[in-house]
Write a protein that binds this ligand. Structure first.
Ligand code: BTN
Length: 244
């Protein structure tokens, strides 16, 4: 069996062209969830842009209380942000992260990555990335925001259970070779910083325009499932708050 390369944080940092995003990286071979570790670090005042990355998560979390399969070969990471915005604006960070992921995939692999509302990134209609944003609120302001990103990078597609095989993809299976996870994470952190800075400069409208360009749903018949209801209809647009 081929030996899997481990992520080398110094290889990411050596080439990283950012002011703060990823300038501190905490690397683990195994954690419960990188969001858990990032939350603890945020509580002890870790700097904005600090990244937690792990080879494996034993309790990876997805949206809506779901689990997130996180075996070796993926890119499982969380970033600590301190955006100083009201809790109602935190969703914008998930949107800008989806744009950054789709852009990084397009630039690095020339693949047609698209966004599916609210925050999944897909290639050829199959999910390659999920984003889970968790916020700690103080006095109605976001004290810290943990942006957790899971990317199916070098995972054998046969790893996924039958019910996921038709809806999930990996970078490696799309480009038909193992991808360099350090180079991709470096690129992604650079894109993330660009869009996060735009957000801080009150340019969410421009981010939303890019998000719309990358969106694959408009015009399609959709079924939106939340905790307690299921709505069916045609996806037409999102409003300025990103609501479908
Ligand atoms: C989803 O699509 O449901 C969101 C999945 C988010 C997964 C990432 S992997 C890194 C971070 N740690 C977690 O436990 N979850 C996020």
């Amino acid at each position: 069996m081929q030996k899997m390369n481990l992520i080398m944080p110094e290889k990411i940092k050596n080439r990283l062209k950012t002011d703060f995003m990823g300038q501190k990286i905490h690397y683990f071979t195994e954690v419960t969830s990188t969001n858990d570790v990032a939350k603890e670090l945020a509580t002890s005042r870790a700097e904005e842009g600090t990244v937690v990355v792990a080879e494996v998560q034993t309790c990876g979390r997805g949206r809506l209380g779901r689990g997130w399969l996180s075996p070796k070969g993926g890119i499982w990471f969380s970033v600590i942000l301190r955006p100083e915005v009201g809790a109602k604006d935190v969703f914008k960070i998930t949107f800008l992260t989806a744009v950054a992921v789709a852009k990084a995939i397009r630039k690095m692999f020339k693949l047609n990555a698209e966004i599916e509302w609210p925050n999944d990134v897909l290639i050829n209609g199959k999910k390659v990335c999920g984003i889970l944003t968790e916020t700690s609120i103080r006095d109605e302001t976001a004290d810290s925001v943990i942006v957790g990103v899971g990317i199916n990078a070098n995972i054998d597609i046969n790893f996924f259970p039958a019910n996921l095989k038709n809806t999930v993809t990996t970078l490696a299976s799309e480009v038909k070779r193992e991808v360099n996870r350090e180079k991709f994470l470096q690129k992604l952190l650079e894109e993330l910083e660009i869009y996060y800075k735009m957000f801080k400069e009150n340019k969410f409208d421009s981010i939303l325009e890019e998000w719309k360009q990358l969106n694959r749903l408009f015009g399609a018949n959709v079924e939106v499932v939340s905790f307690d209801e299921k709505i069916t209809g045609q996806a037409v647009n999102v409003d300025k708050n990103g609501a479908l």
